[in-house]
Design a protein around this ligand. Structure first.
Ligand SMILES: Nc1ncnc2c1ncn2[C@@H]1O[C@H](COP(=O)(O)OP(=O)(O)OP(=O)(O)O)[C@@H](O)[C@H]1O
Ligand SMILES: [Mg+2]
Length: 253
């Protein structure tokens, strides 16, 4: 079934945009039709890890306010034809978008695409609530530190207030060495604190920053960091991909 999936977090900088771009590539490489929407008005940057900077003339508020047809705002990735993108505006007049219009746009896109991925801004503001309200499913992203996990709990509360779309947790920037030394909680405790099932774990790795900055996907590359993103994408397709052997070994420590 086609799905609208929001990628959300309480704390900023936890890796939503990186995750959104890499699962978008992974799903498209797996043959799914994918559209990634940058929902981060004013702080848009999904175009960077997608390698689609300067491709968009129009953004989603242009569609919502009737300044352009939807087809003009949708741009196709040059090297990955099943992956499409809609930009966010750099600045937006509050009259040019609203929750109902955005939800309508997402539902319309869901008729064409297997996955409509929305890269949300951080936090618990009204626009984040509006995004959650139009999703079939949410991915809550957190990093292993207590501040991020506590902020993720606040987002889980928002999700529950928005009618409880099914939600799963991705813990990004995980350092197995820090967990093993006892400086961070183990993964079970992280899951318990946020009270969500685990969708995946992504290690902290400088190569992810290097790939992102060059507009190249980690997913599909030879980097060891490709697998966590690809596995998350497969789980979104309901394939039962077990956690990597390494994580299984460390999960209950
Ligand atoms: N697993 C990782 N290992 C190392 N660096 C990472 C990892 N994931 C993301 N990063 C880096 O962390 C920074 C923040 O990532 P990103 O922009 O994806 O976060 P975000 O949650 O979208 O931020 P914001 O809340 O500001 O939108 C970027 O420099 C990105 O390259
Ligand atoms: Mg972001």
């Amino acid at each position: 079934m086609n799905k609208i999936i929001g990628i959300v977090s309480g704390k900023g900088g936890v890796g939503k945009t990186t995750l959104c771009a890499n699962i978008a590539f992974s799903l498209a490489y797996a043959g799914k039709r994918v559209i990634a929407i940058d929902g981060d008005i004013s702080l848009k940057n999904l175009d960077i890890p997608l390698g689609m900077t300067d491709k968009s003339v129009y953004d989603f508020t242009d569609v919502l306010s009737g300044r352009c047809e939807i087809e003009k705002a949708v741009v196709r990735h040059d090297d990955c034809p099943k992956l499409h993108f809609i930009a966010a505006p750099q600045q937006a007049d509050p009259d040019s978008y609203n929750a109902q219009g955005f939800a309508r746009l997402c539902r319309q896109l869901r008729q064409t695409y297997d996955f409509v991925l929305i890269d949300a801004p951080a936090g618990v503001g009204k626009w984040v609530r509006d995004i959650i309200g139009c999703c079939d499913e949410c991915i809550v992203v957190a990093t292993p530190d207590l501040t991020s996990l506590r902020d993720a709990q606040r987002v889980v509360q928002l999700i529950s207030d928005s009618g409880d779309p099914p939600s799963r947790l991705v813990i990004n920037k995980v350092s197995p060495a820090m967990i093993n030394r006892g400086y961070l909680q183990n993964v079970d405790d992280m899951m318990d604190s946020v009270a969500l099932p685990l969708l995946g774990l992504v290690p902290t790795d400088d190569s992810i920053v290097i790939y992102s900055n060059s507009g190249k996907p980690v997913a599909g590359s030879k980097s060891v960091c490709a697998h966590p993103f690809e596995n998350i994408a497969m789980r979104l397709c309901n394939h039962g991909v077990p956690l990597d052997k390494y994580w299984r070994k460390n999960k209950n420590k």
